[in-house]
Structures are given as structure tokens and as C-alpha cells.
Design a binder for this molecule. Structure first.
Ligand code: HEC
Length: 119
């Protein structure tokens, strides 16, 4: 019995070790995240959406488009954008195969909080 407990403890330890192998050092990530006074659509949000959403959300797919400000704003106004990126159980998780990183989620949240402006 003791060896089973030990086994699980070791397993837990190793799974934590793996998480530390994140390619982005946490200090850089934090300073990058908090370095914005205000978030810009074209500078900060659009690049994230371009590289994580637009490959799937294209005309002809039946899902909402994310490729322009006005298309993205429709999703924001319906509450869907924050829903899909924040693991809200009422929405499917986006992007489908992986989650955005903490910093990207934070940037998009702040942009929505500031009124999702076309800036
Ligand atoms: C691998 C392809 C793929 C990627 C990448 C992807 N989506 Fe989707 N998305 C889909 C599909 C397919 C659906 C419709 C399926 C569903 O509703 O479960 C969908 C549905 C949605 C919806 C509608 C949700 C609802 O409530 O019905 C929104 C909003 C959305 N995606 C936003 C995004 C955003 C924002 C990103 C980038 C962060 C993204 N998607 C990345 C394929 C993708």
C-alpha cells in the first residue's frame, strides 16, 4: 500500500516537473502581460486572432468569421469571444486543439473590458 502511495506522489512530482518545461520563462511572460496601459486591436489582439482562429473561421465553414474587426466585434457583443477562450462551460473551447496561453487570454480580456475598440 505504501509503495502505491509513493508511486502516485512521484507521479505527481514528475507531472509538475513537466509543466516547468514551458518554453517561455514566467518572468518574461508576466512583464509582457502587464506592460500594456491599454490594449490595441491592431497591435495586440488581431495578431493573436490571426494566428489562432482565422485558419478555421473562414467563409464557407458555417462558423462565425474572426478575420476582421467588425466580424470579431459581433462575437464580442454576443459574449461568445470571452466564452470560448476562457473555458466557460456554456461554450466550446477555442482554439479546438489547444488553449491560448495565459497572456493572450489576458490581453483579449482587457481589450473587451476596455470596450473592444477598433484601435
Ligand atoms: C481547428 C479549427 C478551429 C480553430 C483553430 C478555432 N475554431 Fe472556433 N470553431 C470551430 C468550429 C468547427 C466551430 C463550430 C463547432 C462548435 O460550435 O462546437 C467553432 C465555433 C466557434 C464559435 C461559436 C461558439 C458557439 O457558441 O457556438 C466561436 C465564437 C469561435 N469558434 C471562436 C473562435 C476563436 C476566437 C478562435 C481562436 C482563439 C477559434 N474559434 C479557433 C473551429 C475552430
Amino acid at each position: 500500500m505504501k509503495s502505491i502511495i509513493l508511486f502516485f506522489c512521484l507521479l505527481l512530482l514528475f507531472s509538475c516537473e513537466n509543466k516547468k518545461a514551458d518554453p517561455q520563462p514566467i518572468e518574461n511572460l508576466q512583464s509582457f502581460c502587464v506592460s500594456f496601459d491599454s490594449v490595441s486591436y491592431s497591435q495586440n489582439v488581431e495578431p493573436i486572432i490571426n494566428s489562432n482562429c482565422n485558419s478555421c473561421h473562414q467563409p464557407g465553414t458555417g462558423s462565425p468569421f474572426t478575420n476582421t474587426y467588425s466580424n470579431l466585434k459581433l462575437i464580442v457583443d454576443r459574449g461568445q469571444l470571452l466564452g470560448v477562450i476562457t473555458s466557460d462551460p456554456s461554450y466550446p473551447m477555442m482554439p479546438i486543439s489547444k488553449s491560448l496561453d495565459v497572456c493572450e487570454i489576458k490581453i483579449i480580456k482587457q481589450w473587451v473590458l476596455e470596450g473592444a475598440k477598433n484601435n
